[in-house]
Write a protein that binds this ligand. Structure first.
Ligand code: FES
Ligand SMILES: [Fe+2]
Length: 428
């Protein structure tokens, strides 16, 4: 349970707020490059700021104020040029530093006096990342699976009408898997008229006796990246990779779950984007030949009328998304009742407060990268990393896993690995 004041301090993301200043020390993904291929200008809202992301005709990306410096026209309708973006209203043109470089309707142009707010962006693994914090700009951390060349990458994302923290608290919540992704999953299948597909939580590729049977112990270790989570199930000993390797949460918004990099993007106080960079393994010896990384938006499972679309809820990813979104815009943490299984959540909140305090006192928080050598490959522990191709093959063909069901790569992979016939039945 938190005081109302603490709840507010932990969830506000605007400039000048306790948490907003901490979150501004990190890079956040704001688009898939593929979106810009379709439309070179994208309105973006990040940390409560309205911005526009564009790619000019020379390929330079810019992230500038959403509203034109002249009479505040919305630059989401702007026109990309060889250099910069021009406002569609009277043609003022801006470059990626926000500098005005043309005022075609002015007899006496005063471009040198006009500059919009602008932020640095970087492109990596098919995604565009933005940094809204103070200079010097830190390195963009390349989390391990963004660098792999023996996989096909894709990006799946979903905007959710809730504060980012209720989603991030899920990363430390080891216990939910055995209920949300097991009992509730079975209930969804019942609602869909497919009780024959019911399961108990398992990872594809696990032998029947390996299937997870209940959580008996969990441990959280604070390390230089964030939190390492270990879990032991009643039918496994502590030699199992769930315990020996554990699962890494990278402070403050990143989690590696299997072959997914799950990133929470704080849009504003009551909106977020769940942004996943996903990997589909290739058979041993094969290298990726992808020239473009596909992207997709995951469908909503809850309609505006609060009607539940059960057909979207038979996968892990949307079960999580629906849970966070239906908790409301900002969870009232003054009313929660925490137990022993919430130790990870408590620890994470404490880290957030400690790191935000460091920023408030003028220091640099954890997990900000200054050394390019260190930033170019950062290993995030995951039990799955020990696994072999046969395991990975089943993992990626499992429809219920993460967002696989919506994946543009999935169908192609199923045909390639298992043949056309495999698509006739749902794959679980
Ligand atoms: S409002 Fe943008 S040029 Fe006039
Ligand atoms: Fe989950």
């Amino acid at each position: 349970m938190l005081s109302a004041e603490d709840n507010k301090r932990l969830t506000e993301v605007g400039a000048g707020t306790f948490m907003g200043e901490l979150l501004r020390r990190y890079w956040h993904p704001i688009a898939a490059v593929g979106e810009l291929d379709e439309n070179p200008v994208k309105p973006v809202r990040l940390l409560g700021e309205d911005l526009v992301l564009y790619r000019d005709r020379s390929g330079t990306f810019g992230l500038i104020d959403r509203f034109c410096a002249h009479r505040r026209a919305n630059l989401m309708l702007g026109i990309p040029h060889t250099k910069g973006l021009s406002c569609h209203y009277h043609g003022w043109r801006f470059d990626e530093t926000g500098q005005c470089i043309q005022q075609p309707a002015e007899r006496r142009p005063f471009c040198d006096k006009v500059k919009l707010k602008a932020y640095p962006v970087k492109v990596a693994c098919g995604a565009v990342f933005a940094y809204l914090g103070p200079k010097p700009v830190p390195e963009l951390p390349m989390w391990d699976l963004m660098t792999w060349d023996n996989v096909e990458h894709e990006i799946g994302f979903i905007p959710l009408p809730c504060n980012w923290l209720q989603s991030m608290e899920n990363a430390q919540d080891t216990a939910h898997q055995y209920f949300l992704h097991a009992d509730f999953h079975d209930y969804v299948l019942e609602r869909l008229g497919r009780p024959d597909l019911k399961k108990r939580f398992w990872r594809p590729g696990d032998a029947a006796e390996e299937r997870i049977q209940g959580l008996v112990e969990h441990e959280y270790e604070v390390n230089e990246l964030g939190l390492l989570l270990r879990a032991a199930q009643s039918n496994k000993d502590k030699e199992h990779p769930d315990w020996t390797i554990g699962r890494q949460v990278a402070f403050p918004t990143v989690e590696r779950a299997g072959n997914d990099l799950e990133i929470r993007v704080p849009v504003d106080d009551t909106n977020m984007i769940y942004f996943c960079i996903r990997c589909h393994w290739l058979p041993p010896g094969e290298k990726s030949t992808q020239t473009k990384i596909p992207y997709y938006q995951v469908p909503d499972s809850i309609g505006p009328d609060q009607k539940i679309d059960w057909s979207v809820l038979d996968v892990n990813g949307t079960q999580d998304n629906a849970t966070w979104a239906t908790m409301g815009p900002t969870v009232d943490r003054t009313k929660e009742m925490l137990g022993d299984s919430d130790r990870g959540v408590v620890l994470y909140r404490r880290m957030l407060k400690e790191q935000a305090q460091i920023v408030a006192e003028g220091g640099e928080p954890m997990n900000v990268y200054r050394d390019p050598e260190k930033a170019k490959y950062i290993h995030l522990a995951a039990p799955e990393e020990q696994h072999y191709w046969e395991y990975q093959k089943l993992q990626q063909l499992s429809r219920n896993r993460s967002f696989n069901k919506f994946s543009p790569i999935m169908r192609e992979r199923v045909i390639k690995i298992l043949g056309e016939d495999a698509l006739k039945d749902p794959i679980y």
